[in-house]
Ligand binder design. Structure first.
Ligand code: IPE
Ligand code: IPE
Ligand code: MG
Ligand code: MG
Ligand code: MG
Length: 296
């Protein structure tokens, strides 16, 4: 096994403990919201976005542990986005990460509030004092994540995704939608690690470009898996894009062309990686190549 999945697993284990610390079980009148948040946040998911933030932090000279709580905040945003994505008013999906979706267990209103709670908690975490991080660097990183997840990023993309249901879209619309809904959060996560380390704007921009290309490739693979994957492996229902009349890379371009696009985008990502030196490029290319071949 290459070291990328090994490293991903090590960081995921560190992250699990941090998430447990930041979103504990609480016995109180509002216990249910803690339970609902923990249900979706803990034990599951590839933890890719926090991994990218910590990896870029390290590549810019930081110690991965110092970026751990910031990375946990990023995973809270990811987890919130998935709870809302699965709601009946969005993709109406009953399974996520190999178990029932949040709203299937806790009901519609608690699932909406669990998403809200995770998003707010993320920014509470981003703005809490962090050892080894300069406050202005932390502020810059939090700002990047706000943009990446909001109207100029993930939320904006989700709006476009829904607006494009049931009609044919152009290649430009498709690329814009995916750049916003998936690319922005992955690119922002990469850039946040550079910002936290106080790296140069040149490195921060290169990390963003790397993440954007990888993010597009990642969503194309997700769209392909929706057609050819198995729900046991991927942990969510397959075939749901067609059922929802979604425009996806797979539906617009077909599988063969998608395979080619994933490769092109990975090459493009690796061009941006050269700013991080030989060692950085080696680490990033290993991750990108591993992602190309993922089956879950
Ligand atoms: C799911 O993201 C949403 C997409 C952008 C395709 P992931 O595939 O990273 O989901 P988890 O976090 O591993 O569950
Ligand atoms: C990405 O798109 C979802 C988010 C940006 C939250 P999908 O709707 O394809 O993600 P999955 O397939 O449900 O994980
Ligand atoms: Mg969706
Ligand atoms: Mg979905
Ligand atoms: Mg999908």
């Amino acid at each position: 096994m290459s070291s990328a999945p090994v490293k991903l697993k090590i960081y995921a284990e560190m992250l699990e403990k941090e998430l447990e610390r930041l979103m504990p079980k609480e016995e109180c009148l509002q216990s249910e919201i803690f339970e609902a948040c923990r249900y979706s946040l803990l034990e599951g998911g590839k933890r890719l976005r926090p991994f990218f933030s910590m990896t870029f932090f390290e590549l810019c000279g930081g110690k991965a542990e110092d970026a751990l709580s910031f990375a946990a905040g990023i995973e809270m945003i990811q987890s919130y986005s998935l709870i809302h994505d699965d709601l009946p008013c969005m993709d109406d999906s009953d399974y996520r990460r190999g178990k029932l979706s949040n709203h299937k267990v806790y009901g519609y209103s608690t699932a909406v509030l669990a998403g809200d709670a995770l998003l707010n908690r993320a920014f509470e975490v981003f703005t809490s004092p962090m050892e080894g991080i300069k406050p202005l660097d932390q502020l810059a990183a939090a700002n990047v994540m706000g943009t990446a997840s909001g109207v100029y990023g993930m939320v904006g993309g989700q709006v476009v995704d829904l607006a494009l249901e049931n009609r044919q879209c152009t290649a430009e619309e498709l690329e814009k939608m995916v750049s916003l809904k998936t690319g922005a959060l992955i690119a922002g996560s990469c850039k946040s690690g550079c910002c936290l380390a106080g790296a140069s704007p040149e490195k921060a921009e290169a990390a963003y470009n790397f993440g954007m290309a990888v993010g597009l490739a990642f969503q194309i693979r997700d769209d392909m898996l929706d057609l050819v994957g198995t729900s046991e492996q991927v942990g969510k229902p397959m075939g749901s894009d067609a059922e929802n009349n979604k425009n996806t890379y797979a539906s617009v371009y077909g599988l063969e062309k998608c395979e080619q696009l994933v490769k092109e985008l990975t090459d493009k990502a690796l061009e941006s990686a050269s700013v991080f030196g030989e060692e950085g490029k080696a680490v990033l290319s290993e991750i990108a190549l591993w992602l190309i071949n993922r089956t879950y």
